[in-house]
Design a protein around this ligand. Structure first.
Ligand SMILES: Cc1cc2nc3c(=O)[nH]c(=O)nc-3n(C[C@H](O)[C@H](O)[C@H](O)COP(=O)(O)OP(=O)(O)OC[C@H]3O[C@@H](n4cnc5c(N)ncnc54)[C@H](O)[C@@H]3O)c2cc1C
Length: 382
């Protein structure tokens, strides 16, 4: 595994950072305060190909390999200070676009991918329910055979992009006796389908520019062409989404960690107390040294996970390891960045407290840290 940037990857990184800094950061404090999701910025990102990074060009994508995608998302997390926007883009790309690309019929790919890649359509991924989060396999949403199609009843919660989504990957039980492996089916559903409604939009601690809400399905009829993958094959669709999300969403976190490290270094060099820069105090320098160590380890794990996703048949263990380590490093780095900034770090104006609020979610979504440890334990035969 050679993770040295190729010339093309270097250029992608530079261009993404330049784009993010120039186009995505204005008024981020206000957007965060008012919880505004910006469709204009979404469109700007589509113009540079973010929403379709790994998708073949024939369907409107950029056709990058997984490692190059990780490098672009890292650059986005580094250059873009709007963590909610980056999160919404990743949820759309990794948990909706990728499953459609990997499991969709030719008709589904032709119908949805161009719009999902060019910014016209926003995607969501809906598995969590009010009574089933970590234990998502115990979902209650049911799809029952009706004529040649399916009638779906149930509700989903905490769905990223749910309040603005045009299309959603929705999981429902189709054969209860079979359990998750064989008994759950993924459906690709347009939000204007009769019986589909976006319920409550939640106010949340961080990632406030990324809309999160409920989806409710009431006697919703969908034709057989709405099945994504195979009937009973929901677990395969879910695994694809989780592998991509856990491997690549964390790449954006690596970029955020690097930005926070640089912010901390710069502040520690210029803030004077007791007649010297605070970075000269070993207690502060050690905090920042730990951030650097976490950044380097996180980057290697994220790149390795992305490489394995592209090159091996199964990357679930690497995905869990990368997700656990990088999200916890992000949270620690964000907290220490606030500490390095002292009281200023606690104030909205310095844009450091927002990074901490945003970072908390990373240890919950896409499976909590405890669930990642459970997955790793299972792989170790425990
Ligand atoms: C910002 C954000 C965005 C999200 N986006 C989406 C989305 O787009 N689509 C979607 O479907 N869902 C989404 N979710 C939901 C997310 O996947 C769930 O919140 C998460 O899986 C945890 O489920 P829960 O909230 O029900 O917590 P619970 O499962 O009730 O867990 C509560 C606590 O118990 C622990 N716990 C539970 N079971 C075990 C166990 N077996 N061993 C050890 N500890 C355990 C958990 O780790 C946690 O600490 C999002 C959540 C957040 C915060």
């Amino acid at each position: 595994m050679d993770f040295a940037y190729s010339d093309e990857q270097k250029l992608l990184r530079e261009n993404t950072i330049k784009f993010a800094r120039a186009s995505l950061n204005a008024h981020v404090v206000e957007r965060d305060r008012e919880q505004v999701f910006s469709r204009d910025l979404w469109q700007e990102c589509a113009k540079v190909g973010i929403q379709g990074l790994p998708v073949p060009e024939a369907y409107g994508g950029t056709a990058l390999d997984a490692l190059s995608c990780a490098m672009v998302l890292e650059a986005l997390g580094y250059g873009c200070r709007d963590g909610g926007l980056v999160f919404s883009l990743c949820a759309h790309l990794l948990a909706c676009v990728v499953p459609v690309w990997r499991h969709g019929s030719e008709e589904q790919k032709r119908r949805y991918l161009p719009g999902l890649c060019d910014g016209t359509l926003i995607g969501a991924h809906a598995i969590t329910e009010p009574d089933s989060g970590s234990d998502s396999f115990s979902m209650r949403t049911r799809a029952e055979r009706d004529r040649d199609g399916w009638r779906i009843n149930g509700s989903k919660t905490f769905i990223s992009n749910g309040p603005v989504a045009d299309v959603a990957v929705v999981f429902a039980v189709t054969e209860p006796a079979k359990g998750f492996h064989g008994g759950v089916t993924a459906f690709l559903i347009e939000s204007d389908t009769p019986g589909f409604s976006a319920g409550q939009k939640f106010e949340k601690l961080g990632l406030r520019t990324s809309p999160v809400g409920e989806l409710v399905f009431t006697d919703m009829y969908v034709p057989p062409s709405a099945v994504l993958g195979q009937v009973g094959g929901g677990s395969a669709v879910f695994s694809t989404a989780m592998d991509w999300e856990r491997c690549l969403l964390v790449a954006s976190h690596v970029g955020t960690i690097e930005r926070l490290l640089e912010t901390s270094i710069s502040y520690a060099r210029t803030r004077n107390q007791f007649g010297q820069a605070i970075g000269k105090f070993q207690a502060i320098a050690h905090k920042i040294a730990d951030m650097k160590v976490q950044l380097e380890a996180a980057r290697l794990l994220a790149y390795r996970a992305a490489w394995r996703l592209e090159n091996l048949r199964n990357a679930s263990l690497d995905a869990a390891i990368a997700k656990l380590m990088v999200s916890e490093s992000l949270l620690k780095t964000a907290l220490e960045t606030v500490h390095v900034h002292g009281g200023y770090g606690y104030m909205v104006e310095y844009e450091v407290e927002r990074a901490l609020r945003d970072a908390v979610g990373s240890t919950i979504y896409s499976g909590t840290s405890e669930m990642q440890r459970n997955i790793i334990g299972r792989w170790l035969g425990l």
